[in-house]
Design a protein around this ligand. Structure first.
Ligand code: ASP
Ligand code: MG
Length: 432
């Protein structure tokens, strides 16, 4: 069996020409033939494509958005390549194709499938540019379309991996190339058996890296980020957050479940099952050790804060003077499942069920439409869901001070609240 490595570079690590040059330097010292390099869409490209889709469905003009996105990619190419390099045409061609695809009609009912056929362009563009650039600086590597490897079901936007077929594809297609060259491929995207493209959920490239690592039984998977590793809070909000040198798989999985955006929630399991270590390292300080996630015995007692934005609190009240029963919960959950909405927090009272969900286009309207005959429904948008693991009163009070709390829940190890921030006050240091 080949001793392979998987590296994943997120959007921030390829956001402009200097970043791509930095990436090539990181690889220069570390690259072996048997390495898979997963690269995400550059900078905020995926969000930009989402805005285009939003305009398209509203019937608004998005031609300027396309021009901006195209120039963004072409400008980066002009900085990295000679004018006669084929990359400029390759990028133009992708945009011609994107334009053509956007001429297809889009309706609310086919939104998810349509989304997947469009959103993938960000990943194609980024991997083309990075692979061509690496070759131009004599880091010779091969471009691989991830859709030939990652086989999924047809749950567009949240596709589930067909592990059997994917493992077979990786063995038959990817492994032979890796005996000779490093491979650059996309994260996040796959293909269902009918041939349509699918995606694995936003920020899904980490998961792709884990899938590749697991199917190849890699030596390790490394995710290169703009933070020093996994920290006990988002350093952009909590300036004196501390980095974990190591973390147990279970603990890391829990933090991602609550919304820690440093790693995609699905990344841990496939690696933990095979005891493949996952490194989270900074592309800004590649010599530093980062965080090693693996099996460790002792558990961590440091408080961890996870904050999720753009949450919606929806409450369903029974209207016929009865009390909440299992059947009501079932009715709500059946709808949520159909809409592929995950519940981030749940609370029931005598007469109502309250849930916290992520904001997703059209989903709230559809949920209300489906259930308004059965319940009186109220909702609050633009909320924060805050989870504190290993909580203490000081941290809870500090976070509550700046917010109007709408719902809270506490267990011995975990405190959760959904709240409205009162003002954009900077968070005070965690341990003052
Ligand atoms: N580009 C995709 C996104 O932003 C996938 C990823 O970055 O992991 O969600
Ligand atoms: Mg991305």
């Amino acid at each position: 069996m080949l001793k392979t490595f998987v590296f994943k570079f997120g959007g921030a690590s390829v956001k402009d020409a200097p970043s791509i040059i930095n990436l090539s330097k990181i690889l220069y010292n570390r690259l072996r033939n048997h390495t898979v390099i997963v690269v995400s869409a550059m900078g905020k490209t995926t969000n930009a494509l989402e805005s285009i889709l939003e305009k398209k469905i509203k019937g608004e003009d998005f031609s300027l958005n396309i021009t901006i996105l195209k120039n963004y990619h072409l400008d980066i190419c002009s900085e990295l390549f000679e004018p006669e390099h084929s990359i400029h045409h390759q990028i133009e061609n992708h945009f011609i194709q994107l334009d053509r695809d956007l001429q297809q009609s889009l309706r609310v009912e086919n939104f998810d499938q349509y989304y997947d056929q469009i959103i993938l362009y960000g990943e194609l563009l980024a991997t083309r540019i990075v692979q061509e650039y690496l070759c131009s600086v004599e880091i010779f590597c091969v471009w691989q379309d991830a859709r030939e490897l990652i086989q999924t079901n047809a749950d567009y936007r949240f596709a589930k991996v067909d592990w059997k077929k994917t493992t077979k594809n990786i063995k038959n297609i990817l492994a032979p190339i890796l005996t000779k060259f490093p491979v650059v491929t996309q994260g996040f995207i796959g293909r269902e058996k009918g041939g349509s493209s699918t995606t694995l959920g936003r920020e899904g490239s980490d998961f792709t890296a884990a899938i590749l690592g697991a199917c190849l039984k890699s030596h390790s998977v490394t995710i290169w980020k703009d933070v020093a590793g996994v920290l006990n809070a988002d350093p952009k909000r909590f300036p004196n957050a501390v980095k974990f040198d190591e973390l147990d798989y279970q603990e890391a999985a829990e933090l991602t479940y609550y919304g820690a955006s440093v790693i995609h929630p699905k990344t841990i399991k496939p690696l933990a099952n095979l005891s493949i270590p996952l490194y989270v390292k900074s592309f800004l300080a590649p010599e530093e050790s980062g965080t090693r996630i693996h099996h460790i015995k002792q558990s961590n007692h440091i408080p961890c804060i996870v904050l999720k934005e753009d949450q919606i609190l929806v409450s369903f009240k029974v209207t016929d003077f009865t009390f909440i029963e299992e059947k009501h919960i079932h009715q709500v959950y059946a709808q949520l499942e159909q809409l592929k909405l995950k519940v981030n927090m749940l609370q029931t009272s005598a007469i109502s069920i309250s849930i916290v969900i992520d904001k997703q286009p059209f989903k709230l309207d559809r949920l209300i439409e489906a259930l308004s005959g059965l319940f009186e429904i109220r909702y609050n948008e633009a909320l924060q869901l805050i989870t504190i693991k290993n909580h203490n009163p000081e941290i809870i009070n500090q976070l509550m001070e700046q917010r109007e709390v709408l719902m809270e829940q506490v267990t011995r190890s975990t405190f959760q609240m959904v709240a409205k921030p009162l003002q954009e006050a900077p968070n005070r240091p965690l341990y003052s």
